[in-house]
Design a protein around this ligand. Structure first.
Ligand SMILES: Nc1ncnc2c1ncn2[C@@H]1O[C@H](COP(=O)(O)OP(=O)(O)OP(=O)(O)O)[C@@H](O)[C@H]1O
Length: 243
């Protein structure tokens, strides 16, 4: 289990405007090493913009960022190189890492094993299922041993069953590597299943923070769901959320 709370990434007083419209409004957030922080919010609330700034993909903002090393990013589409095999795509994650060939080969093989793709090293992206493509994308992200993993709706395009399997995989990888993870999602249940803290973003600021204990207490899940629905302004009075 993760033990340290050193921040893997943070935004302090971050502001961002597009065409004169404020998208991030003095946003403060911290992703402690070894914790999963989920960002929930309505479409346009600024989730992806915050993630892109942490990823170093957007420098045109106010405020400060803190990142421990080079972060890794996984998007909803796996963004694999279609003309490269699974192994070559994962090896791509080591392009900027200064280790020898043998070490790279060993690390690639280990990561492919960890994401459950042993035996598929020679497959091309066109031959993979959506879940296998995201496993490859996760392996490529983690092979460089980042402290911070940024996930932008990583399982949004997968069917419900595959998504659950990927949740289990992500939690295994998170525990083994002691990562800090920022997860951008639209899915309240996904946020509750994975995160230590869920931040609800509204007009570019944190409107609500929900802390969720591990291990999960089944009796608390309904409470967290109702609390997050309230924070999102979603009516749930007609629904039976008893567990
Ligand atoms: N490159 C850009 N140019 C102009 N406007 C942008 C740009 N990127 C984002 N925006 C605007 O900033 C706002 C926030 O976008 P962002 O993608 O961060 O929201 P989001 O919460 O991730 O939304 P979604 O859940 O739909 O992905 C939106 O109004 C969007 O149109």
């Amino acid at each position: 289990m993760p033990t340290t709370l050193t921040p893997a990434g943070a935004l302090h007083d971050v502001t961002r405007q597009f065409d004169g419209t404020t998208v991030l409004d003095w946003l403060d957030l911290e992703i402690p090493r070894g914790q999963i922080v989920a960002l929930l919010g309505h479409s346009g609330s600024g989730k992806s913009t915050a993630l892109r700034i942490l990823a170093g993909l957007d420098h045109d903002h106010g405020g400060t960022t803190h990142i421990d090393g080079a972060p890794a990013v996984v998007f909803q589409d796996a963004r694999l190189l279609p003309w490269r095999t699974v192994a070559a795509n994962v090896r791509h994650g080591l392009n900027r890492v200064d280790v020898g060939r043998a070490e790279k080969t060993a690390r690639v093989s280990q990561m492919i094993d960890e994401v459950g793709l042993a035996g598929r090293e020679g497959a091309y992206p066109g031959e993979l299922s959506g879940g296998q493509a995201q496993r490859t994308s996760l392996a490529r992200a983690l092979v460089a041993e980042p402290s911070l993993l940024l996930l932008d709706e990583p399982f949004g395009a997968l069917d419900a069953l595959t998504r659950r399997t990927m949740h289990d995989l992500l939690l295994r990888l998170w525990r083994r590597h002691g990562l800090g993870i920022l997860l951008v999602t639209h899915d309240i249940d996904e946020a509750i299943a994975l995160a230590d803290r869920v931040l609800v973003l509204d007009h570019g600021a944190v409107a609500h923070t929900e802390t969720i204990d591990r291990p999960r207490d089944g009796g608390q899940v309904g409470h967290h769901r109702r609390s997050l629905l309230d924070a999102l302004g979603v009516d749930h009075s007609d629904e039976d959320y008893s567990i």
